[in-house]
Design a protein around this ligand. Sequence first.
Ligand SMILES: Nc1nc2c(c(=O)[nH]1)N[C@H]1C(S)=C(S)[C@@H](COP(=O)(O)O)O[C@H]1N2
Ligand SMILES: [Mo]
Length: 402
Amino acid sequence: MSNTPIQIDRRSMILGSGLMIAGLTSSRISANQFLAGAQPPTNEDKDLDFLTTDPRNGEPSLDKLVQSWITPTEHFYVRSHAPNPQIDESEFRLSVDGMVNRELMLSMGDLKSLPEYEVTATLTCAGNRRTEFNKEEQVGGVQWGPGAIGNATWRGVRLADVLNKAGIDVSAKHVWFEGLDEIEKGDNVIGFGASIPIEKALASSGEGESIPGALLCYAMNGEPLTADHGFPLRALVPGYIGARSVKWLGKVTVSDRPSSNHYVQTAYKIVRSTDPLDWQEAAPIYRFPINAAFAHDEATPVQPGPMTLLGYVLPSGRDGARVRRVHVTANGGETWTPAEFVGEENQYCWRLWKAEVEITEDTTELVARAIDSTGDFMPSRVRWNAKGYLQNSWYRRPVKVQ
Ligand SMILES: Nc1nc2c(c(=O)[nH]1)N[C@H]1C(S)=C(S)[C@@H](COP(=O)(O)O)O[C@H]1N2
Ligand SMILES: [Mo]
């Protein structure tokens, strides 16, 4: 299987019927989902609240999410723009092209012969907490609460090692990723794309340079990737918004510019309005800012007295960022209680925390805020943006006191 036939298929589908039946037979990877008109089976049990099921977009409830530092795969959010492509691992090839000395077509076996790395990193959607923007004005996109985030162990090979095998041109500046999914965009069908600066692709950090800037991974939490999370291969870019970690990765392209894919050039930008000038002026989002949230069911009334909150806090995606403090208030900011961290800390990972607050008859709201070692902090408000990205204002939950 190469990527060329897929591209041809995509084009013939565009020229073909609106139902996109034409030209599918030669595309082994993509045919099933359209012909069957149904989701391929997922080999996993998900305990998520699904916001959409076709494609699959779901997040866990916060009380489940903050139970463990490693997010079990069943509680790991899923964000997909199209149905899961069904990929035969034995047929699969990753193509590496662009500004390289040698173009490569790598089987899973070829990839697995490279040195293996395991990294624990938090993945978070740029749209996490998006619904909080709706108080001001409705934003588009999947209506995420605070659960579009998870921390997992990822195993695979370094993008840098794959690029070394291909040999990169000295004037290379960006590395593009393209997924094998098929997303309908107007009259086109495109794969989900991303790109990262070459510096990030080649970077390594952490103790003994143990954390690659980008990983091409085939395992999550010690198991082969599931269909929902990108089987058989996905990119994982620690510190960057989830959208840069392309699932069902089929193609890596080395270039002197960022990818021209819709998800780099248009989506995943902070824009006030969606007119072309705003899109053109805005830069793609790469690293994520600090964020935090806690579990609280506002429908359940609470008694006056001490109450323990459990939450997560993710430092910004900057190299070496550590969470400094999380503070919570139950009295409108008159006093702020420092949270206590629980469990592990690791670069590019969230921390779990707990804090005891005093609920009084006057309590109407619980609020959390955080700051990290790079000076990144959660602001009291975030300017509204049309796509509802990077909502990291103080996390507020109403409280009903009994
Ligand atoms: N091919 C492909 N890769 C993708 C996406 C997608 O729709 N297609 N969604 C991206 C987005 S927006 C996010 S937040 C993460 C979500 O990864 P997960 O579903 O494993 O949690 O995958 C990214 N990679
Ligand atoms: Mo995302």
